[in-house]
Ligand binder design. Structure first.
Ligand code: SF4
Length: 78
């Protein structure tokens, strides 16, 4: 799955939402989140993010590793 990391916080550009073919990107209070079970790994969202907040799960920088969990937890809570 793809995941959204810290650069999205307080930006929420939403260009990714327009691109996602399966509509699996959702809006939280301060950032957007990718529903990991719905993401089909197409990669369409990654290049359109103006702040480069989107990464394939294996490519998330170490300092933002917690965001992989945050994306999963966001959907466990709703
Ligand atoms: Fe949507 Fe594709 Fe991005 Fe997954 S990789 S969130 S399916 S646009």
């Amino acid at each position: 799955t793809y995941t959204i990391a810290e650069p999205c916080v307080d930006v929420l550009d939403k260009a990714c939402i327009e691109e996602c073919p399966v509509d699996c990107i959702y809006e939280g209070n301060r950032m957007l989140y990718i529903q990991p079970d719905e993401c089909v790994d197409c990669g369409a969202c990654e290049p359109v993010c103006p702040v480069e907040a989107i990464f394939y799960e294996d490519d998330v920088p170490d300092e933002w590793a917690e965001y992989v969990t945050a994306n999963i937890d966001f959907f466990d809570e709703i």
